[in-house]
Design a protein around this ligand. Structure first.
Ligand code: G3H
Length: 538
């Protein structure tokens, strides 16, 4: 029998040349201490989630990147430590305006690389063309908005305060060396949502690309080199145990900015010998529920839940990972939902209107199949005709009903195209789910009655950090705070919050007497300090 998967992976000649790259791509260059070096040690092979059909087989090998050793990782650390130089380095002592100048230069160089970065996003993590372009453009916007937010912050602190006979200027100062590690699902955007604010606040950076989504950073090495003083941005590649453990164990990392699993975050935190010196900014796991009330408008709710649960194949930390539907509309909801799911198009990332694309994590199809089989064993039912079917890295979206708490899918973050649905009678059932969950990022409520919605809002805001009404969960707009409770996050990342997270308030205070007034006047008149300044950045 012919399935929708037959012939789905293309041969090279079937792919429009504009989406191809010169594979295999050998990335031997790396940036440490302002120099682009050439790596001559071991390499890690990169396999794409996209398989290319060849004569009697398939090929998905697309490149290599350096598998660095401990010695090289330590040289990146030393470069960042020296560039910071206990706050005496060129970068941490620069004026805000000068740092903004460097970042503007970076944006210009980065924009030149849009086309190639977008292609790498498609080939390395299987993100569709539209979303890959969006990831790049959103990152550029994030940088520009960060510059504007910093200008605001600096303008607000350019004045002096006089309190109880003490004159003070209160500003924000950097924290030191920041280690940034982003996730595979937003390898560019989420890495940069920590790297950029950390950088612009005067910290020096070591960043390690995620395990999947590495090559896409290579076109940006030159942009970093050309835009920032040496040692301010350093990049390491390789196995965490070899290249990250020694950095953490050195005790010289001041901030860990990590987006990924709780398990890895815990390992990294424990490796640091001085827990009070280390500040952590973590974006972790989530299992955001949608609570669909009896008066929800079914068509609109289905549309929003499909986008929430299945965009980028459900591989978003904010994805809707559990749907609770009131029993009175359950049957009707499932019928419309399944109908819409079956209309989704599976294919390669560059194909028009494609919805479901290959999954980049190795063995992900096996993991999802295991989750589904476990659910079926405990009474769940696959209710869409193409549910549960997979071919290599492509996994057909699967709708599971009759889900209950004995199933792994009820608790585990599936991070893939499987949608578990629970029918509820009493509103306390979904609330108990949220209360008992290890996670606390966001929730969505769908319905019309303002009294029922108010009741849920007042409970949910104390359990999660964003409650969405008649809309899916999401991070954006990026000016909104993005955080979570319990195992979902540590620290808050909005454009303005991130500037605060990667800096600390520091002030200069003087008793209000003639000598001090004279000193202050001279400092300001001669612009002899970069910190003490009333300059207003336009
Ligand atoms: O993976 C988690 C992302 O921060 C989600 O962002 O809601 O904009 O897709 P998004």
């Amino acid at each position: 029998m012919k399935t929708k998967f037959d012939g789905i992976f293309p041969s090279k000649s079937e792919i429009d040349k504009k989406y191809l790259l010169d594979f295999p791509f050998l990335q031997s260059e790396y940036l440490i201490d302002g120099e682009i070096h050439s790596w001559d040690g071991d390499f890690e092979k990169v396999y794409s989630p996209i398989y290319i059909e060849e004569q009697d087989s398939y090929n998905n090998y697309i490149g290599d990147y350096p598998l660095m050793d401990e010695k090289t990782a330590i040289s990146a650390l030393n470069a960042a430590v020296n560039a910071y130089n206990n706050g005496q380095g060129e970068w941490p002592k620069m004026t805000v305006e000068q740092r903004i100048g460097c970042l503007r230069k970076f944006v210009l160089h980065m924009k030149e690389q849009r086309d190639i970065v977008v292609k790498f996003l498609m080939w390395e993590i299987g993100k569709n063309l539209k979303d890959s372009e969006k990831e790049f453009d959103r990152t550029i916007d994030y940088i520009i908005d960060t510059i504007d937010a910093l200008k605001d912050l600096d303008r607000n602190s350019s004045r002096f305060t006089i309190e109880q006979g003490i004159i003070a200027q209160i500003k924000r100062a950097p924290l030191g060396v920041v280690l940034c590690m982003g996730p595979f699902n937003y390898p560019l955007n989420e890495t940069f949502t920590t790297l950029i604010p950390a950088l612009i606040m005067g910290n020096t950076i070591i960043f390690k690309p995620p395990k999947l989504g590495v090559l896409l950073h290579s076109p940006l090495l030159v942009a970093f080199k050309k835009s920032f003083p040496k040692g301010v941005v350093n990049i390491v590649y390789g196995e965490g145990q070899k290249v990250i453990a020694p950095l953490m164990e050195s005790g010289k990392i001041n901030v860990l900015a990590f987006i990924g699993s709780c398990k890895v975050a815990d390992i990294l935190k424990k490796q640091h010998p001085y827990p009070h010196l280390l500040k952590t900014v973590l974006g972790l796991e989530a299992k955001n529920p949608a609570i669909i009330l009896s008066d929800a408008i079914i068509e609109d709710t289905v549309k929003e839940c499909i986008a929430g649960a299945l965009s980028y194949n459900g591989q978003r930390c904010t994805a809707l990972k559990m749907l609770f539907v009131h029993e009175s509309i359950h049957e009707n909801f499932i019928e419309v939902f399944v109908n819409e799911v079956e209309k989704l198009t599976l294919g390669m990332p560059w194909e028009d209107n494609v919805n479901i694309t290959p999954l980049p994590e190795p063995d992900k199809s096996e993991y999802l199949t295991g989750l589904i089989n476990d659910a079926i064993k405990h009474g769940a039912k696959i209710c869409n005709s193409s549910g549960g079917i997979s071919n290599k890295s492509l996994f057909s979206p699967t709708v599971l009903t009759n889900v209950n708490q004995n199933m792994r899918i009820y608790h585990e973050e599936q991070f893939g195209p499987v949608v578990p649905i629970v029918s509820f009678k009493d509103i306390q059932e979904p609330l108990d789910y949220v209360i008992q969950s290890n996670y606390g990022q966001q929730a969505s409520i769908f319905g019309e009655d303002y009294n029922s919605i108010s009741f849920l809002v007042d409970t949910l805001v104390n359990q999660v950090c964003r409650v969405n009404i008649n809309s899916q969960c999401q991070r954006g707009p990026d000016v909104f705070p993005f955080t979570g409770r319990k195992d979902s996050a540590e620290g808050t990342l909005s454009i303005s919050d991130a500037l605060r997270v990667f800096s600390i308030r520091s002030l200069v205070a003087l008793k209000e007497n003639d000598l001090n007034k004279k000193i202050l006047t001279e400092i300001l008149k001669n612009k002899s300090s970069n910190f003490l300044s009333t300059d207003f950045i336009l």
